[in-house]
Design a protein around this ligand. Structure first.
Ligand code: NAD
Length: 472
């Protein structure tokens, strides 16, 4: 009772490292008590989260409009409905995910039976980012809850309205003895990272990913790092350009105006079709967003002045300026940058060496599939790679030769919405994966259990290892 009173006092304090330490201690005590382990508790939390998603749709939509001027449609399709589906799937599959999986023994262990028994890792820290500030915070939490973990969520301070909303709503719908939100930026995260976690799940850039991994190493905490980088697209001469460019354009500008980790970053176009790629892309942009895209309701704004200036620097580089073939308009006061296409850009300029993460799309000419593969594999392994071709052999070649977190043939970004596919990066684009069962696994320890009986002893196993025994 004294400990509980201490916890209660700690949880009502705010804004100090004492507060963070207190939360972690409190959550750890909850996990040790066994409260988060039963299926019933996990189910109750997932149902609470589902209710939050349904009942607070308008609040969520408003927060995202405030942070990114995201349209209600985009918020529903790419944030709320994805979280709803993930939550429903976890509720439907929870029992089977939690069930031990049988494993056969071997001759050496006969008679025996084996089992993989999933158990919650313990107390998890989920650190989220600003570009899909709702779904990228909630979906990892769904995995943590399904796995029976307690969790602290740290939303991104760069999407303050969404962060505040999560901090307000989560305690209203979920068990605060196991699920907490800590808002803040670098000072708060630094304190959080000093704690001893059983799992850290981080989404954001790879520079901070390194800080997270270094902090985790102190306590040998396992990490999942959902990072970014440049996601290439390859279009060959057999592709249907109208369909291909429609799907590229929606993946680029229809997803938060290019501020998405899986948005196409640049296009490698087979040189015989490259000029046509530019023309069809321009037509598609006008078709989607009109002659003056600034008036379109379907284009998000750049998240803040820092990122606006970063993108303007990429665009205003003297070596890049002459390469703009469409768009380029901007309005700093409204954090607006038009869908912009660049053609035949030099390869050593920042727009081709750094992740763009915004509405600029360079097109580079390549001779064919072999050059495209060489181009991609010489650089960091991407989070996503998209290939447009009707030649099945080329598609297979790309799938086998390009190492990436995910590959989509003849579309963009849809890998994110298939819960049966693991979502994660490789190398510089991240480590570990989630979505669906992969989320459950990410927050679970898969305990190896071997059941034996008293019968079935092979005496040769026991010392002394006499010659006689060795013959048996
Ligand atoms: P961000 O600035 O919101 O940072 C992400 C998180 O890291 C935030 O919670 C922030 O508080 C924390 N953080 C920032 N600086 C820190 C520091 N010095 N020490 C510790 N923590 C710190 O978001 P961002 O990094 O600008 O996000 C964009 C990047 O994230 C892009 O590279 C993008 O590709 C990647 N991303 C990846 C995924 C994915 O699922 N793989 C999804 C979205 C974004």
């Amino acid at each position: 009772a004294a400990e509980e009173e201490e916890d209660r006092q700690i949880l009502t304090k705010s804004d100090s490292s004492f507060f963070v330490e207190g939360i972690v201690r409190h959550l750890r005590r909850t996990v040790r008590s066994g409260k988060t382990k039963p299926e019933a508790w996990r189910r109750l939390q997932l149902q609470g989260l589902l209710r939050l998603l349904v009942e607070r749709e308008e609040d969520i939509s408003r927060a995202l409009a405030q942070d990114l001027r995201k349209s209600a449609y985009e918020t529903y399709i790419f944030e709320i409905s994805l979280a709803v589906e993930e939550c429903k799937l976890a509720l439907k599959k929870l029992r089977s995910w939690m069930a031990p999986q049988k494993v056969a023994g071997t001759v050496a262990t006969f008679p025996s039976s084996g089992a993989i028994v999933p158990e919650p890792l313990g107390v998890a820290l989920v650190i989220s980012t600003w570009n899909f500030p709702f779904v990228l915070a909630v979906n990892p939490m769904i995995g943590a809850i399904a796995a029976g973990c307690a969790v602290v969520l740290k939303p991104s301070e760069i999407a303050p309205a969404t962060s505040a909303l999560l901090a307000k709503l989560i305690p209203l719908y979920l068990d605060t003895s196991a699920i907490q939100v800590v808002e803040g930026g670098v000072p708060e995260i630094t304190t959080l990272l000093q704690q001893n976690w059983d799992k850290i799940f981080y989404t954001g850039n790879s520079k901070v990913g390194r800080i997270i991994m270094a902090a985790a190493s102190k306590h040998l905490t396992p990490v999942t790092l959902e990072l970014g980088g440049k996601c290439p697209v390859y279009i060959d001469s057999t592709a249907n350009l109208k369909v291909a460019l429609r799907r590229i354009a929606v993946g680029k500008w229809g997803n938060n105006n290019g501020q998405a980790c899986i948005a196409p970053d640049y296009i490698l176009a087979e040189d015989s079709i490259a000029p046509r790629v530019v023309d069809v892309l321009k037509e598609t942009i006008v078709e989607f967003f009109g002659k003056d895209p600034k008036t379109s309701k379907d284009l998000s704004r750049i998240v803040n002045q820092f990122h606006f200036q970063r993108l303007m620097d990429l665009l205003n580089d003297s070596r890049t300026l002459g390469k703009i073939v469409h768009g380029g308009e901007q309005d700093a006061a409204n954090l607006y940058i038009a869908p912009t296409v660049l053609y035949d850009v030099p390869l050593n300029v920042p727009i081709m060496t750094e992740e763009i993460f915004g509405p600029l799309l360079p097109i580079i000419k390549v001779k064919g599939a072999a050059e495209a593969i060489a181009f991609i594999t010489e650089r960091s392994k991407p989070l996503a790679f998209y290939v447009f071709t009707t030649d099945k052999k080329i598609a297979q070649l790309m799938v086998s030769e390009v190492s990436a977190g995910g590959i989509v043939v003849n579309d963009t970004c849809l890998q994110f919405v298939v819960p049966g596919l693991p979502f994660g990066g490789v190398g510089e684009s991240g480590t570990g994966a989630y979505h669906g069962k992969f989320s459950f696994d990410t927050f679970s320890n898969h305990k190896a259990v071997l059941y034996r009986q008293e019968v079935g002893d092979v005496y040769a196993r026991y010392p002394p290892h006499t010659k006689h025994k060795q013959k048996i």
